[in-house]
Design a protein around this ligand. Sequence first.
Ligand SMILES: Cc1ncc(COP(=O)(O)O)c(C=O)c1O
Length: 384
Amino acid sequence: MKPLRLDSKLPQVGTTIFTVMSQMAAEHGAINLSQGFPDYDGPAALKEAVKRHLDGGFNQYPPMAGVLPLREAVAAKVLDCYGARVSPETEVTITPGATEAIYCAITAIVRPGDEVILFDPAYDSYEPAVTLAQGKPVRLPLAPPAYRIDWQRVADSLTPRTRMIVVNSPHNPTGTVMSAEDLATLAELAERHDLIVVSDEVYEHLVFDGRRHESVLRYPALAARSFAVSSFGKTYHVTGWKTGYCVAPAALTTELRRVHQFVTFVGITPIQLGLAEFMRAHPEHLRELPAFYQAKRDVFNAAMAASRFRFVPSAGTYFQLADYGAISDLPDREFAAWLTREVGVAAIPVSVFYETPPDARYVRFCFCKNDDTLRAAAAKLAAL
Ligand SMILES: Cc1ncc(COP(=O)(O)O)c(C=O)c1O
């Protein structure tokens, strides 16, 4: 038999650490604070709405851009939250998860050799999308413990080939949020250098201590050159439904849909209709979400105060970074494996989010778990 010629286009990509750690947690019966999914269910009324549409025969392809009632609900929401007036017909697209929206936005815009500014650490889906588009990822460090964007460094890194910048606030894994000043600087640089922005805002409603989420949609000059991406999975505790959306000006949306049409074409009809109905009937869900997750952060951090982990309370997301330098000298992957096996708590080693990890000892704990789960995990961690 003739040997198969196969050169991987993504040779660096293996099984994601999220799968690895969740499997290890299951094997060792550890409390799983690694992968970011709740151990509680989405709202009963939301599930009822989806079931009703499923039983009502809404089981064929929806329109390519998503069912209109859900696009209208998203338009109403961004007007209410950010004062942004967007067209449900031409500026909102429903996608199978935020990941697909991000992939389509990058694929639609980035050409071979284009440079794309990504931060280090960053969510793991951005870089492979840039690489597959034959773009060049340019990773700029966010330095611990504050993890702020060094805008001077961003400005210094821009070249005539820079086409796009990908920002993420609230930020996974660090739990930091961008300020109004950050957005003003981003707007100024993006306009001056004619950059397109992908703004990953999947944790837009998980912002704590009275802070306000700084969406690109609040700022018209920025919104005019941005893909703003979010995820119903995070907002409604249904990560397994893989449903998200992208808001972008009509010209950018046209390009996004040209790719989306041939990646997945559509999402799932009864889920989209159920989400639309629930969003209309329960606007309070969004208002209550920050307090819901802040309380979880506080339950976990109060119990962790007795531990030798050091941490700055997360400002957003459902993740808490913790410095384990006072407990162990192990590199973070080994520490996370040891923690899962020997202590019975699974966490994510933060180096997996980096191209160039700093010499620091951090793991990421996920606090979208029942309070009893959080207290039980923190009790084990406090014993170290
Ligand atoms: C920063 C960030 N962006 C995007 C996603 C993916 O969202 P979705 O499940 O809707 O594709 C996640 C999920 O963990 C995330 O943390």
